[in-house]
Design a protein around this ligand. Structure first.
Ligand code: SAM
Length: 395
């Protein structure tokens, strides 16, 4: 049974948590005032949009309660890297795995060590190259445009205005000249997301390209389809520099490994002290598809067939059974590398009550179960719901 969190306990501030803080004294129901958006999206946590993140303060609380500096923390479903980033600022070594190549790229970029002045120089230099080309029409002398243009996939031609696609392709062609190529790919991808021919109010799940002016529910006026990418490249370049600088000021000198692998079968390079993770849930999100533009532009390998619980697999009885088996396999595999007595924190909306069985089958003893209200998601999925937090110990 989940412990109902008493309203008498004030919301827990992560920095107040110590190993002695009792589990039932944790109140994870923060209001906007307790935990404003800028805190939830601090430094690299908002380097790129990603649907299905958990909030960094949850990770921070459980790092402080159960772990110490120097431990090794693993996230088998690392997604956009929230656990990994928090581990590096806490002082723990960390390993992540994910089946989606874009998520691996994003997690690596967020947790890398940067020479801040070189990073700043490169981010501004590539931007300047694209800007100069746009101003002076230098594209054909800098690169062989037709070659790049011909390589653009059907999807890219369909979802971008010609000028926007030219700018994105030029930026992409320049990336190999620099040291921090993965970081530049993330800036490119974030800009490409904003430069798609979508309406302003449907960036998460656009159905078809918007090529004509349209009534915009977000801005309450008629808006034009996006025609360029340069303004987004500019905006996100400056934002990225600021975020990386802020992160480097708090990142500890710890080791990070992000593996592009299936959680059910991955071999970890070392033993782990604990796990903090939020697994995919049944039939909720397609993790590859949400970054389709990035896969198309960066030519990343896709493995959606191995994605557990993908939305397109549905929520039928079969899909549920398959999900349960897959999760048992993933946590069993994780347990192989976990030191005896190691703690696993799982954050998931377990609306079908599957996780007690998953824990037992994977060989874990249940230490606790908290529930928290999630009442302010951004974007179109702005509905209140509960999230479960399970604490297991390797038995
Ligand atoms: C809920 S998200 C994790 C989000 C993460 N906690 C964060 O804050 O960004 C679940 C992740 O599991 C990944 N995933 C799905 N099937 C997987 C598998 N078989 N092995 C490894 N990762 C998988 C998805 O690609 C997705 O990134």
């Amino acid at each position: 049974m989940a412990k109902a969190i008493s309203v008498d306990i004030p919301p827990t501030l992560p920095e107040t948590v110590t190993p002695d803080t009792p589990l039932d004294q944790l109140n994870l129901n923060w209001s906007e005032r307790d935990l404003p958006e800028r805190e939830r999206t601090k430094h690299v946590h908002r380097l790129h949009p990603y649907l299905g993140k958990f909030i960094p303060q949850l990770v921070e609380i459980f790092l402080r309660k159960y772990f110490k500096a120097g431990d090794v923390i693993y996230d088998p479903f690392c997604g956009s890297g929230t656990t990994l980033v928090e581990a590096t600022t806490f002082g723990a070594h960390t390993i992540g795995s994910d089946i989606a190549a874009f998520n691996v790229l994003l997690s690596r970029v967020k947790t890398a060590v940067y020479d801040v002045s070189l990073m700043r120089y490169e981010v501004l230099d590539i931007l300047e190259q694209v800007r100069q080309w746009r101003e002076q029409g230098l594209f054909h002398t800098l690169l062989e445009l037709p070659e790049h243009w011909d390589q653009a996939s059907e999807y890219l031609r369909q979802w971008y205005a010609p000028r926007a696609l030219e700018e994105l392709l030029l930026y992409r062609a320049l990336i190999p000249r620099y040291t921090y190529q993965d970081l530049l790919k993330i800036i490119l991808s974030r800009s490409a997301r904003s430069a798609r021919l979508t309406t302003h109010f449907d960036l998460d799940f656009p159905k078809s390209p918007q090529t004509e002016p349209y009534y915009c529910y977000k801005h309450r006026r008629v808006c034009q389809p996006v025609g360029e990418a340069l303004k987004f490249l500019q905006r996100y370049s400056l934002d990225t520099i600021r975020r990386i600088e802020a992160y480097m000021a708090v990142r500890k000198p710890v080791e990070v490994q992000v593996l592009h692998a299936d959680a059910r079968s991955v071999t970890l390079p070392r033993l782990i002290d604990g796990v903090i993770t939020s697994p995919p849930y049944v039939g909720l999100i397609d993790y590859h598809d949400q970054h389709r533009y990035a896969y198309e532009l960066l030519g990343l390998p896709r493995a959606e067939d191995l994605e557990i619980g993908a939305a397109k697999k549905g929520t039928s009885r079969n899909a549920l059974q398959r999900y349960e088996e897959d999760m048992i396999a993933a946590f069993r595999n994780t347990a192989r590398f976990l030191k005896p007595g190691g703690i696993v924190v799982v954050v998931v909306r377990d609306s079908r009550g599957l996780y007690a069985n998953i824990a037992a089958q994977a060989g874990f003893e249940i230490l606790g179960h908290l529930r928290r209200e999630v009442n302010r998601r951004t974007g179109r999925r702005a509905t209140a719901f509960y999230e479960d937090v399970f604490i297991w110990r390797k038995s």
